[in-house]
Design a protein around this ligand. Structure first.
Ligand SMILES: Cc1cc2nc3c(=O)[nH]c(=O)nc-3n(C[C@H](O)[C@H](O)[C@H](O)COP(=O)(O)OP(=O)(O)OC[C@H]3O[C@@H](n4cnc5c(N)ncnc54)[C@H](O)[C@@H]3O)c2cc1C
Length: 382
């Protein structure tokens, strides 16, 4: 590798799947890098649901990272099962059972994936408790990163992997995420095999969907006997406040949901009402499509920071593919500018295509023209 690259100070903002994959592949090729994340420590917040990593993007990146075997050991191949349930009768209308050896998209918990990537880095690579405030300095010179804890750092390359509300993005683009009009309300279930046996039987080992034109649910089994359900509706972004509710008012939210889903089968309603703990509101925001920016010689973006689209099961996969391609471009280039140009030449057209295919489609689960209720979101990308 040219010393013009190995002597550069590379800062990645965000220790999500994208940022950590990029750090790992750079690390594997001997390129020094520091990752900054706002979380106080690795386990500071629940990382969220289960992810299926596809062989042609997420797995490809893990292969390049030298972590594919460990991923296969951790992942749940049975999680590739998919069911479509009729919301009104509670009948399973369609079922995909993974074949023996099927490895196209095994499931892994987000927390497991983060730990896998973190363990592969030299201790100290990630600086926790560093919330980026701003990136300043000349486009073609040393950049100054200012963090809310008062720390400032100089960097020759700033990689914004800081997700939907990226602060790095502001250095290259004026774009901000806008509300899609669709809300995902998350419900969490513990001890599925002992406390929610009927639901475990209805959902199976992987994912299950049920929905009509007004509402939908998407259930995902997680490791450790847990299940996560997203309850999907078109709502105003402040729907809770409009109903005089707060996220802590579990009983109040439940009563509203029972009204909203009054004509659904009691068997399916259990996924909406029998959850353990509080609901978590996740209104879906998206970046205007397509999102583009003027090339900068010292700042680039990957993952949700570059292209925030509705969750159709590709976000993490594409973030990891971006990360892999950027890391390989850095390793193979004579200068940072050349590396960013090579990366963006592939990444931007791909992300534009994705964003345009999904533009205005955040409500893709709310359909009454799919009797089996088992819409494959990747159809939206064809
Ligand atoms: C409800 C829901 C369900 C989803 N389900 C799926 C799914 O099943 N499959 C799938 O592929 N995708 C899914 N997605 C999309 C997926 O979550 C994202 O596309 C993916 O996490 C993007 O990865 P990333 O590394 O770019 O960003 P993130 O995962 O958002 O990571 C960003 C990191 O940056 C850090 N950070 C943020 N701001 C700062 C700052 N100012 N300073 C320092 N650090 C900062 C954060 O702490 C975080 O660690 C879902 C999204 C939603 C909303």
């Amino acid at each position: 590798m040219p010393t013009s690259i190995s002597s550069k100070r590379i800062a990645i903002i965000g220790a999500g799947p994208g940022g950590l994959t990029c750090a790992r592949i750079l690390h594997k090729h001997g390129v020094p890098v520091t990752v900054y994340d706002q979380d106080a420590h690795e386990e500071a917040r629940n990382q969220g649901g289960s992810l299926d990593l596809h062989e042609y993007d997420g797995q490809l990146a893990l292969r390049e990272a030298g972590l594919i075997e460990e991923f296969f050991e951790l992942s749940r191949f049975e999680g590739q099962e998919m069911r479509g349930i009729d919301p009104h009768s509670g009948q399973v209308l369609a079922r995909h059972l993974p074949e023996e050896g099927e490895a196209g998209a095994p499931e892994i918990d987000r927390g497991q994936l983060r730990r896998l990537l973190l363990r592969s880095l030299t201790p100290g690579t990630v600086r926790w408790g560093h919330t980026l405030e701003s990136v300043t300095g000349p486009d073609d010179g040393s950049r100054t990163l200012t963090f809310s804890n008062g720390v400032t750092v100089q960097a020759d390359l700033v990689i914004g992997a800081d997700g939907a509300w990226s602060r790095t993005r502001r250095a290259v683009s004026q774009a901000v995420p806008v509300y899609s009009g669709v809300d995902f309300l998350e419900a969490w279930f513990d001890d599925m095999e002992t406390r929610h046996t009927e639901l475990a039987e209805l959902v199976g080992e992987g994912s299950a969907m049920a929905g009509d034109a007004d509402g939908a649910i998407f259930a995902q089994r997680n490791s450790g006997g847990h299940m996560r359900v997203y309850i999907v509706r078109r709502r105003p972004v402040d729907w809770m406040a409009q109903h005089g509710l707060t996220p802590q008012d579990t009983e109040g939210i439940r009563a509203l949901l029972l009204k909203d889903f009054a004509d659904w089968s009691p068997d399916v309603l259990r996924m909406i009402t029998d959850n353990d703990g509080q609901y978590v509101d996740r209104p879906l925001f998206v970046l205007p499509a397509p999102h583009d920016w003027e090339h900068s010689a010292t700042v680039t973006l990957l993952g949700d920071a570059a292209h925030l689209v509705p969750p159709v099961g590709v976000g993490v996969n594409v973030a990891m593919l971006d990360a892999c391609e950027l890391a390989l471009a850095i390793r193979g280039s004579e200068s940072i500018d050349e590396a960013i140009r090579a990366y963006e030449t592939t990444m931007l057209p791909r992300s534009h295509k994705l964003a345009l295919a999904l533009d205005g489609r955040a409500d893709y689960l709310l359909r009454d023209d799919d009797p089996e209720g088992m819409q494959d979101p990747s159809d939206l990308l064809r």
